[in-house]
Design a binder for this molecule. Structure first.
Ligand SMILES: [Zn+2]
Length: 328
């Protein structure tokens, strides 16, 4: 429909290209991807252009949202109602477990969403736009494979060690999703069947030993009195606190065991690790490498692991979501 601006020029229908009048027109100027990353603590929503630059973005803090479904709807609508771009694809990364075939998610860390149909929800806002849907740690692994620390690895385990512990698998240069989309659900494989209960209900999951909050809880239970966050624990460990050091030792040992289990099962050797805990630096990496070496000496059928830090840091999930949509 035609409309008028102060210049008096007629606004042309979408798709019409006019170099002379472009600055006055409300045409959709670029083709875009809607990228959504549903994490343990927040939901990030962004518009990515074709060079993977995020042009518009919004964040919902899950703990601050009294009605997450309503807020999610409002923020998506708010961002896509901007008329300057055309959304050609949607990429969604979600905390697991997910079901890629049906679009249903039941994130361990978001109790209000059980059997929530994410694809139906998003397609009601943007009908007809194709949706790519993958687990959040899988999205991170994919982004690292395509444009990050994993570009040279044909096979790799990509991991996020943060509030939770997640993983995704790249096999033969492609995402390996598994039957439901949860392949590489690293944090919830058990490394101690006599261990403490995990949030998921099993005993001794890697996440219940090696996530940032798990290491902090272990330290506090053994008498460490610092604030409840991993930054404080790592700071305390750097200054030589034996209880903080012991908690990080235990957490990184759990990770090393889980990593070598995965590498042995798949007969692969490359691992890329990101997430807030991994950004703590040598206080995390030094004991992790030591435990990997110690555990590896007893393995006979696997190649020595190549474990490298992620390159993409905090936007890795969004980038993976956007990349997966672009390749449809
Ligand atoms: Zn678990």
């Amino acid at each position: 429909m035609a409309e008028r601006r102060g210049s008096g020029l007629q606004i042309l229908p979408h798709g019409f290209k006019s170099r002379l009048h472009l600055h006055t027109l409300t045409v959709k100027t670029f083709k875009a991807t809607l990228a959504i990353d549903i994490g343990a603590t927040k939901i990030a929503i962004a518009i990515a252009d074709q060079d993977l630059r995020f042009i518009h973005r919004r964040t919902i803090l899950i703990s601050d949202s009294p009605d997450l479904t309503r807020d999610f709807h409002r923020e998506i609508l708010g961002i896509v109602s901007n008329s300057s771009f055309e959304v050609l694809g949607i990429g969604i990364a979600s905390a697991g477990p997910i079901d890629r075939a049906t679009g249903v998610i039941s994130p361990v860390n978001i109790p209000t969403w059980r059997d929530f149909n994410l694809i139906t929800f998003v397609q009601e806002i943007l009908p007809g736009v194709p949706v790519s849907f993958l687990q959040d740690a899988v999205a991170v692994a994919y982004a690292e494979k395509r444009i990050g620390a994993g570009v040279d690895f044909q096979h790799m385990l990509g991991m996020v060690v943060s509030t939770g512990v997640g993983g995704g698998l790249i096999l033969n240069d492609e995402i390996f999703h598994g039957e439901l989309g949860n392949a590489g659900f690293f944090g919830h494989h058990s490394i101690d069947f006599n261990g403490a209960p995990c949030r998921c209900g099993r005993l001794g999951c890697v996440e219940s030993i090696s996530s940032g909050p798990s290491m902090v809880s272990f330290a506090q239970a053994s008498g460490w009195s610092g604030p409840t966050n991993f930054e404080s624990l790592s700071e305390s460990a750097r200054s030589g606190d034996v209880l903080a050091l012991a908690a990080i030792e235990r957490g990184t040992h759990g990770l090393a065991v889980g990593i070598l289990n995965t590498l042995a099962i798949l007969d692969i050797s490359a691992v890329v690790i990101g997430g807030g805990v991994s950004f703590a630096g040598e206080i995390f990496w030094k004991p992790l490498r030591q435990h990997l070496r110690n555990e590896y000496t007893h393995m006979t059928l696997a190649r020595e692991p190549i474990v490298v830090p992620a390159k993409l840091e905090k936007d890795a999930g969004l980038l993976g979501a956007a990349l997966s949509a672009k390749t449809q």
